[in-house]
Design a protein around this ligand. Structure first.
Ligand SMILES: Cc1cc2nc3c(=O)[nH]c(=O)nc-3n(C[C@H](O)[C@H](O)[C@H](O)COP(=O)(O)OP(=O)(O)OC[C@H]3O[C@@H](n4cnc5c(N)ncnc54)[C@H](O)[C@@H]3O)c2cc1C
Length: 318
């Protein structure tokens, strides 16, 4: 119920106006967001790299409403890619198709992502397409396949363990060589499409992780690239220690070497766990968002953990 309200507010324009107007919101959001500018993000990634962690940079923005905004978001990603390549950061890029115009025109979106992925390919960089709500899943898969047909293999997908359809989706794309990030899912979905109970989402996560590990093993256990820019086939994105332990145990039993199993977490969440997994020999990638369009991302982080809201509210009244 609480989660649903926060996810509703994440999309509501009136709530966005009020909440972004409070100075405290920006302050609390700064736990998760590297800053407003690309330079802020570069500083954050340098600190992570120095601690032995790789990154993926997200220039925040989603659900654009004009073609000009979609093209400008793509241009910003070209600048981001140049920056990673010039500075030698151990990072790749993550983006959302709704930021590139998916809700306006699929052709426009495809044209925008093509420009980004081609440029990334030229400097050996991987691009991850984040997964948004269920209305976008079919088109996301279609756009990924169009990029494969163009010969662009430096692009991968995210899947969500709360969706019933995910098992059949990942079996299909794994057979087509897709690199996958598995997460639980951060959007509001109806019970006919997604498991309503957390225990079912968790059980699904473990089952899907096993499928990914088996596929990675069968494909030759290719490790993450040495420059930290290309992830292995299997990336488990979660801060849930039980899911991480289950993934590690199964990979060990299946004989998947540690460099072929990447763990991913969000900036500002469980830094201790990020470091301990890296010390244990796994590639670890931290998702680093930056930019001024932080509101929906921030609200999804609040929705994930009620304690974040209490922290916010108690500071507001102080
Ligand atoms: C690298 C990465 C990329 C992602 N990409 C996508 C995507 O493309 N599409 C999508 O739908 N979702 C994405 N997500 C979000 C994901 O779906 C979950 O909503 C989020 O990761 C929380 O789930 P969890 O697996 O950490 O497990 P949970 O069971 O929610 O949390 C486990 C523990 O993690 C900690 N934790 C989790 N969330 C928070 C938080 N917000 N603040 C503080 N502590 C927290 C707490 O200690 C909690 O007990 C991504 C997550 C990560 C890590």
């Amino acid at each position: 119920m609480f989660r649903s309200v926060l996810l509703y507010l994440a999309k509501a324009r009136w709530a966005r106006r009020i909440i972004t107007g409070w100075k405290l919101s920006r302050l609390v959001a700064s736990r998760f967001i590297a800053g407003d500018t690309l330079d802020d993000a570069v500083r954050a990634v340098r600190a992570l790299n120095a601690a032995g962690l790789n990154a993926t940079l997200d220039h925040l923005g989603e659900a654009v409403t004009t073609e000009a905004e979609a093209r400008s978001a793509a241009d910003d990603y070209l600048v981001l890619i140049d920056k990673i390549c010039e500075t030698g950061l151990r990072s790749n890029a993550s983006l959302k198709l709704s930021q590139l115009g998916l809700n306006l025109s699929r052709d426009l979106c495809l044209e925008n992502i093509r420009r980004i992925v081609r440029k990334a390919a030229a400097c050996g960089l991987f691009v991850r397409i984040d997964m948004e709500d269920t209305s976008t899943v079919d088109w996301t898969l279609e756009i990924w396949r169009a990029l494969q047909r163009d010969g662009l293999s430096n692009v991968g997908l995210v899947f969500q363990s709360y969706l019933y359809r995910t098992e059949s989706d990942i079996r299909a794309v794994l057979s087509e060589g897709c690199r996958i990030r598995m997460c639980k899912g951060a959007y509001k979905e109806p019970p006919n499409l997604a498991y309503p109970k957390k225990s079912d989402v968790d059980a699904s996560y473990d089952r899907l992780a096993r499928i990914m590990i088996d596929a990675a093993r069968a494909a030759g256990s290719v490790p993450a690239s040495a420059d930290g820019r290309i992830p292995p086939v299997t990336a488990l994105a979660t801060h849930d220690e039980a899911r991480i332990a289950a993934g590690r145990a199964y990979a060990e039993q299946a004989g998947l070497p540690k460099p072929a199993l990447e763990f991913q977490m969000l900036n500002g969440i469980r830094s201790d766990l990020q470091r301990s997994l890296a010390q244990a020999g796994y590639p670890v990638r931290v998702y680093v968002p930056y930019g001024t369009e932080w509101y929906p991302y921030f609200m999804r982080r609040l929705a994930e953990r009620p304690a974040n809201v209490w922290f916010f509210v108690s500071n507001f009244f102080r």
